[in-house]
Design a protein around this ligand. Structure first.
Ligand code: GLA
Length: 404
């Protein structure tokens, strides 16, 4: 009897394919962290990472919920070693990646790396194509918690298949890893990414401007509003464990404080991952205030997990709304012009609701209190008009909560 059981067990192991999958239960709210690319490009090293980890703790980023520290392109030596292993650049990372991961973990944070589905990364370092299982084991041995996986030098690879291969390799290696798909939205990952990764980029690279396109020959990088407006109909694809990724943030990287406030507010509203892209070692109070605003972060991390949508576009003003758990709502009134504008919003004038979840802001039946999430104070209720003066390229971000 025992022998029969053993035989069945062995047959099951060999005949039935192992059900590969992504790691479930990770990124149940949009991941929060930092990535080296926007500010440092390939000019990265272990002191930088340690300094970032220290700043996470010192300036309150960790307490605000930021967890992942991710090294982007440029961490490797130009060649694999004789055994086919990726090698951390010995000049930039003399102590090696395991020691660096240990340092980040010792601060109660998590550590991520970058690679690419192609033969080489975008900056010309060894890619993972044909080495997926080998690389995944190496990452697991180093204690890597997050992998951003890019799409340069991929030839005629099928994106979905290539990302599934890496997903399966990570799963086989056994260490839970948040898998970040980065193919710029070219292959509509919102249609297939849910079972493959935990987040997927929806655009090419961001650049710190309100609404510009910056050409680089055969590709462009995009300002905040270009990215927000780039895709139609992807809202429903986001949810716990699988998020539309509007790219690493540019808060603190050169836009005005007002523009940074809008950028952060919108990433929160859209339920985008909140991955900082600035030098967080710099003690810049305005930037820290924006990035650690817990009331705004709570909108991003809200357990209902529904991204915002554009409710009204008046040209000068855009009004975005995000249903929240309970019967709360977040709203963002954005002044799209460069000059100050007066807002005079009559709650009775508009039908406000989210048809996809059958919820309406029922101001006939209920009155909602209004809280300003930047000023951290109550500013009235839906019983009266909402009046405010909003500076150019700034926003009023509010939370509505039914009054008892
Ligand atoms: C691509 C990605 C960026 C960054 C660079 C690194 O452009 O979209 O986010 O990772 O590659 O080379």
């Amino acid at each position: 009897m025992k022998r029969t059981c053993l035989l069945i067990h062995i047959l099951t192991l060999f005949i039935l394919p192992t059900q590969a999958q992504k790691f479930e239960g990770l990124a149940m709210t949009p991941p929060m962290g930092w990535n080296s690319w926007n500010t440092f490009g390939t000019d990265i090293n272990e002191d930088l990472v340690k300094g970032i980890a220290d700043a996470f703790v010192e300036f309150g980023y960790k307490d605000a919920g930021y967890t992942y520290i991710v090294l982007d392109d440029g961490w490797m030596a130009k060649e694999r070693d004789d055994n086919g292993n990726l090698v951390a650049d010995p000049e930039k990372f003399p102590a090696g990646m395991k020691a660096l991961a240990d340092y980040v973990h010792s601060k109660g944070l998590k550590f991520g790396l970058y690679n690419c589905a192609g033969t080489k990364t975008c900056a010309g370092y060894p890619g993972s194509r044909g080495h997926e299982y080998h690389d995944a084991l190496l990452y697991a041995s180093w204690g890597i918690d997050y992998l951003k996986y890019d799409w340069c030098n991929t030839g005629d690879l099928n994106a979905e298949e290539a990302y599934i291969t890496m997903r399966d390799a990570l799963y086989a290696a056994g260490r839970p890893v948040v898998f970040s798909i980065c193919e710029w939205g070219d292959n509509e990952p919102w249609k297939w990414g849910k079972d493959v990764g935990h987040l997927w980029r929806i655009s090419g690279d961001i650049t710190p401007c309100w609404d510009c396109e910056l050409g680089h020959g055969n590709w462009s990088s995009w300002g905040v509003w270009r990215i927000i407006n780039m895709r139609e109909g992807i809202r429903a694809a986001s949810g716990p464990g699988h998020w539309n990724d509007f790219d690493m943030m540019e808060v603190g990287n050169g836009m005005t404080t007002s523009e940074d406030r809008v950028h952060f507010a919108m990433w929160a509203m859209l339920a985008s991952p909140l991955i900082m892209g600035n030098d967080v070692r710099i003690r810049d109070e305005a930037t820290i205030k924006i990035l650690t605003n817990r009331e705004v972060i709570a909108v991003n991390q809200d357990p209902l997990s529904k991204p915002a949508f554009r409710l009204i576009d008046e040209g000068d003003f855009e009004i975005w709304i995000k249903p929240l758990s309970g019967d709360d709502w977040a709203m963002c009134f954005v002044n799209m012009t460069k000059s100050e504008k007066a807002l005079d919003f009559d709650w009775h004038f508009e039908h406000i609701g989210d048809n996809t979840i059958n919820r309406t802001l029922d101001i006939q039946a209920k009155t909602y209190g209004i809280r300003d999430l930047h000023l951290h104070k109550e500013i009235g209720s839906t019983g009266e008009k909402l009046s405010a003066v909003i500076p150019g390229h700034d926003c009023l971000m509010i939370r509505l909560t039914p009054l008892k």
